[in-house]
Design a protein around this ligand. Structure first.
Ligand code: G6P
Length: 609
């Protein structure tokens, strides 16, 4: 989704801004732009449709220089991806602005501004903001005051950064509903959508709070809270982020991240290997809150929603805790009835997903006894706003299609299951079995990664296909959903997942020799039933690809290819099978030549509704 980088320095900043944009590319975008205030106090702007590389080319061909500037990658919401709609937007050749978010009352503001004689040149919701800024500046006052007056008129979500040729060493920012951090340097300061963008210039950051405004110059950072008073915000030092942008020997971030899973999983449960310590991982208030839990409501989006669906099976079967799971965009707008003693669990890799954040914010204290977030990003909005926090230790994930973030979320949720189970008399022997299974997990994943070449060969059959079906039963059904999502996200093959028992209720009509069917086969009591479902596919000419435990008794047959999976404890199988399906999608996409790490139209961090 849109990315912002801004700088107020004593040195030339164009290269810092461009490097910042390159480091934000992983968020997903379709155009890019940069504005600098030059030595003569004029605005210099490059905007290009497409990749940051196009913007770099423009800067090479016509270099602009300045020590104050703003830059942006845009993921189109209002108005097609184009040079005109790309940010920065300008007003009166004086003010330039970049924006992440959506302004809901832009049509009313636009009409007002047109009436006053402003000419709107783009189809964006953003352009009205820069004219409002200009209008305030024109009647006197500082850029900060103009920003204060402007945000008071905005409805919706925003992170903003603006520059003014008459305040040439200042950048002013604001945030509400979309993230913005301050990078603190020596004799220079910065703003960005996330810390990754600025790790090449600083390791000290201020995380702005909801409705904060900020004013940076080379020598100062001043933060103001919603009531207009100057606010003190702590400076955090972060270590992560420098090395993450390095792909090492891998061809894509996605495959690098798939192969990082054994270590990421281990790091996520490390230090909590006995049951008591597991509870500590959720924070000091966890034991008291866990004692009151009668039901769990999970809310998340995308891949994180699939993690929630897996957790439902664990929580009900192992911990005996009732659980419901819902996508955040539905949950947030629905009239709800909750049972007493319900814990709200939000799952979000980024901790910034707009719908998940809104779901948390509109969940009332009457509905829930408390909130818990499972996130991969410390200091993210969800982490700051939840009562309990479990931080996964996946490390930064750059590929848009989530891999190691998903499997580490599953580890976190299995640990939640253990923690809640213990408070409901889960037998010690069962607790120990789960802990042993978690300890086996990195090795089982390593054995699955050894199947990389076998999965690559199997993937060739998918290249000419336009559709695919994924089947699973029980806890492997959400894994089939995640497998289908991965395939459609990065290879653009239309893929759907069904619980295998639903096959006869519709999807069987689609099965013919052109429809590959991927089955995630458990090795449990449901195996016999799944085998019957698979026969139904085969007898209709369908081609089957079965990911099955090597001890499950499947054999290759005409139109049935088996991928023998390592034998591993039942409870961790959803995690292990996910890895195989990630490899399948990766190889299909690789051979189709799609942009694996930045699939078209998608964004890593969905900070607008
Ligand atoms: C986007 C990403 C997905 C992710 C989803 C939820 O759609 O492309 O990979 O699963 O957002 O993101 P979150 O950060 O809340 O887990």
């Amino acid at each position: 989704m849109c990315g912002i980088v801004a700088a107020a320095a004593r040195r030339e900043v164009s290269e810092i801004l461009l490097e910042g944009l390159r480091r934000l590319e992983y968020r997903g975008y379709d155009s890019a732009g940069m504005a600098l205030i030059d030595q003569e106090h004029g605005l210099r702007i490059h905007k290009r449709k497409g990749k940051v590389a196009e913007l770099e080319k423009a800067q090479r061909e016509q270099p602009y220089h300045g020590t104050t500037g703003i830059a942006h990658t845009r993921w189109a919401t209002h108005g097609e991806p184009s040079g005109v709609n790309a940010h920065p937007h300008i007003s009166g050749r004086r003010v330039a602005l970049v924006h992440n978010g959506i302004i809901e009352n832009h049509a009313t503001l636009r009409a007002e501004l047109v009436e006053e004689g402003y000419e709107i040149t783009s189809a964006t919701d953003t352009e009205v903001i820069v004219h409002l800024l200009h209008r305030s500046l024109a009647i006197g006052g500082s850029l900060l005051q103009a920003m204060q007056q402007t945000v008071a008129k905005l409805e919706g979500a925003y992170a903003l950064a603006a520059i003014d040729t008459q305040n040439p060493d200042t950048v002013v920012g604001a945030r509400k509903g979309s993230p913005l951090v301050v990078g603190v340097g020596i004799g220079e300061n910065f703003l960005a959508s996330d810390t990754m963008a600025l790790r090449q210039v600083t390791d000290r950051f201020i995380y702005l709070e909801e409705a904060d405004l900020v004013c940076i110059t080379p020598a100062s950072v001043q933060v103001y809270s919603a009531d207009g008073r100057e606010a003190k915000r702590p400076i955090a030092r972060i270590e992560e982020g420098l090395e993450a942008a390095d792909m090492g020997d891998f061809e894509h971030y996605m495959i690098k991240e798939i192969f990082e899973q054994p270590e990421a999983l281990e790091a996520t449960f490390a230090g909590a290997i006995n049951a008591q310590k597991i509870e500590e991982r959720f924070g000091p208030a966890a034991p008291a809150l866990f004692d009151q839990v009668k039901k769990v409501q999970i809310v998340a989006c995308g891949t994180s929603f699939h993690a929630g669906m897996v957790a439902r099976y664990w929580l009900e079967e192992i911990a005996g805790v009732s659980c419901v799971v819902e996508v955040a965009s539905e949950f947030r707008y629905r009239k709800r009835v909750q049972h007493a003693g319900t814990l709200l669990v939000v799952i979000s890799q980024s901790g910034e997903t707009a719908d998940t954040l809104a779901a948390l914010r509109n969940a009332s204290a009457d509905e829930f006894i408390g909130s818990l977030v499972v996130s991969n990003v410390d200091n993210s909005s969800l982490v700051r706003e939840c009562d309990l926090v479990f931080l996964t230790r996946a490390g930064i994930e750059i590929g848009v299609a989530s891999t190691k973030a998903f499997t580490t979320q599953l580890v976190a949720l299995l640990m939640l299951t253990l923690a809640l189970g213990r408070r409901r008399e889960l037998p010690d022997s069962r607790q120990q079995d789960i802990i042993t299974a978690l300890q086996d997990l990195p090795q089982c994943v390593r054995q699955t990664l050894e199947l990389n070449e076998a999965i690559r060969l199997l993937s060739e059959a998918f290249i000419p296909k336009r559709h695919a079906l994924f089947l699973g039963r029980g806890i492997q059904y959400p894994i089939a959903m995640e497998g289908a999502l991965k395939l459609k996200e990065i290879s653009y093959i239309h893929a759907e997942a069904y619980p295998a028992g639903e096959l006869k209720h519709g999807p069987l009509a689609l099965v013919d020799h052109d429809m590959p069917v991927v089955a995630v086969a458990p090795n449990d009591e449901l195996l016999g039933k799944l085998k019957s479902n698979l026969e139904e596919v085969r007898s209709r000419g369908g081609e089957l690809f079965v990911f099955a435990d090597k001890e499950a008794g499947f054999a290759n047959e005409p139109r049935v290819q088996i991928l023998p999976m390592p034998h591993c404890p039942e409870v961790i199988r959803p995690i292990v099978y996910t890895v195989a399906l990630q490899l399948l999608s990766y190889h299909v996409a690789l051979q189709k030549g799609t942009d694996v790490d930045k699939p078209r139209n998608l964004a890593k961090s969905v900070t607008v509704e």
